[in-house]
Ligand binder design. Structure first.
Ligand code: AMP
Ligand code: ZN
Length: 480
């Protein structure tokens, strides 16, 4: 039974989607004003483990992730750089996508840019106006928190104590209540704007997510995720806007990831205590070690980042890879051990139970490492028979469908070119013929409905920098 701790209820409960077998999931994506740091990626890795586990549990997942390509910070930085907002954010959008590949983050079913959904946002604001939840002031539109009785339910915040929260524009003196937040912001001189019924301006950050989430997932959907810093005010405001407009519950389950810390403080751009993925690759660390470290601590626990911790994560990954290599290459005595078969099965059950328990990744890893230790010992003593190797290999594959660290992703040339220190491993890519051969094998796997193998081939290709796309006209591939 899959259980999650739901921020909204404050309890652990069994997870059941609204529509049997299908999970609709919204993930707050990056604000593309700069390179994402690995604190951001802690949250994105958690979300990736979530979608992988939901799928492993037989759910079909439809995940939407937004790209915040218009907000205060993107506008400010684009102005400072003297380029258009679009040109500015495109660079960081592309680098985010590249980082996703490097960290083996699966592509959500839909990735959407805020600037391509302005119409949807305007319509939602108009609905809020029509229902009396929004008011205009000096070319901006605000949400009246007073009118939404259950405001604060998610973050359990005391409404009386709210001052201007994080990311709230303190220049907004024209609100009738200081706690109200902007749905639409009047353009300041020199800023990019859209022409709308409210005048020239741009959306507030919160309305972006409400509009895009409801457009693709419906007015009520299953899971919404983000880092804990987004709980208030961002997610609280998303709930207020969406539920005020529709009169329906917006999201059933809210899952938040705790922060990645550096010396006890949240890793953040503003604190200057951050590493980007590129920074760490330049120091010679592999993406798999970074992914492993970020995934190794359950999402509700803070994770203190150190290079030493990263080094240990790299060693853990190596231990698993060495074990798999040993399993696949060593000659074991013939036969089959019932006791070992049971031990392997028990490890698999413990792995599943851990992830079912609110994605307890630490316990899941412990189950795998305990098994690896026992089997290594058995191998050393010559007591590991060949007959148990297929089940062991299958368990490692099951592990890696979630943790995805056993194969390193190629570090593409454009990134390598920017690296200044160290010599990251660059895997030689495949020839066209080799790619075609693997694709033929994938076709054959799909034809016999062996989707696990087909997926494995796609991942293997991705690991060599080959991106496979299934289009309605057939399979297409390109090099990263
Ligand atoms: P942003 O690009 O600032 O919108 O943030 C993208 C995601 O990273 C959000 O879900 C944030 O909550 C999350 N985030 C920001 N800083 C950290 C951190 N230090 N640790 C974990 N997640 C973070
Ligand atoms: Zn959001």
């Amino acid at each position: 039974m899959l259980r999650f701790y739901n921020t909204l209820t404050g309890r652990v409960g069994e997870f059941q989607p609204l529509e049997p077998g299908k999970v609709r999931l919204y993930t707050c994506g990056p604000t593309v004003y700069d390179y994402a740091h690995i604190g951001n990626f802690r949250t994105f890795v958690f979300q990736d483990i979530l979608r992988r586990w939901l799928r492993a549990r037989g759910f079909e997942v439809f995940q939407v992730m937004n790209i915040t390509d218009v907000d205060d910070r993107t506008i400010e930085n684009a102005l400072a750089a003297g380029v258009s907002l679009g040109e500015y954010t495109e660079k960081y959008t592309q680098s985010f996508l590249q980082d996703m590949e490097l960290l083996s983050l699966e592509q959500p079913e839909k990735m959407v840019r805020a600037t391509e959904h302005i119409r949807d946002m305007v319509e939602l604001i108009e609905r809020l106006e029509a229902k009396g939840y929004a008011y205009r002031s000096d070319g901006s539109v605000y949400f009246s928190i007073r009118k939404f009785a259950s405001y604060g339910r998610l973050s359990k915040i005391d409404l009386a104590g709210i001052q201007a929260g994080a990311r709230v524009d303190v220049q907004e003196y024209d609100k009738s209540d200081p706690r109200d937040f902007a749905l639409w912001k009047a353009a300041k001189p020199g800023e990019p704007f859209w022409e709308t019924p409210f005048g020239k301006g741009r959306p507030g950050w919160h309305i972006e997510c409400s509009a895009m989430a409801m457009k693709y997932l419906g007015e009520s959907f299953d899971i919404h995720t983000g880092g804990v810093d987004l709980m208030f005010p961002h997610h609280e405001n998303e709930i207020a806007q969406s539920e005020a407009a529709t009169g329906k519950p917006f999201v059933r389950t809210w899952l938040h990831a705790e922060h990645l810390l550096v010396e006890g403080e949240r890793m953040a751009k503003s604190k200057g205590n951050y590493y980007t993925l590129r920074d760490l690759l330049a120091k010679g660390y592999k993406p798999s070690a970074i992914r492993y470290l970020l995934a190794s601590v359950p999402r509700r626990k803070q994770l203190n980042f150190t290079l030493d911790g990263l080094h240990q994560a790299a060693q853990s990954v190596e231990r698993l890879r060495n074990f798999r290599l040993r399993l696949r290459t060593e000659k074991f005595p013939a036969g089959d051990s019932a006791a070992l078969a049971q031990r392997i099965e028990q490890a698999g059950a413990a792995f599943d139970a851990a992830l079912d328990d609110d994605l307890n990744t630490a316990e899941a890893l412990a189950a795998v490492f305990d098994l690896v230790r026992d089997l290594n010992t058995a191998m050393d003593r010559g007591e590991f028979p060949q007959g148990n190797s297929a089940a062991t290999d299958a368990l490692l594959a099951r592990y890696d469908r979630i943790f995805a660290v056993l194969t390193d992703v190629v570090i593409p040339e454009p990134v390598v070119g920017k690296l200044s220190v160290g010599q990251p491993t660059v895997i030689v890519s495949l020839s066209d013929e080799e790619v075609e051969k693997l694709l033929a094998e994938r076709r054959a796997a799909r034809a016999r409905r062996d989707f696990a193998r087909a997926d494995e081939i796609r991942q293997e290709l991705a690991g060599r920098g080959i991106i496979v796309e299934d289009t309605k006209d057939g399979v297409r591939w390109k090099r990263l």
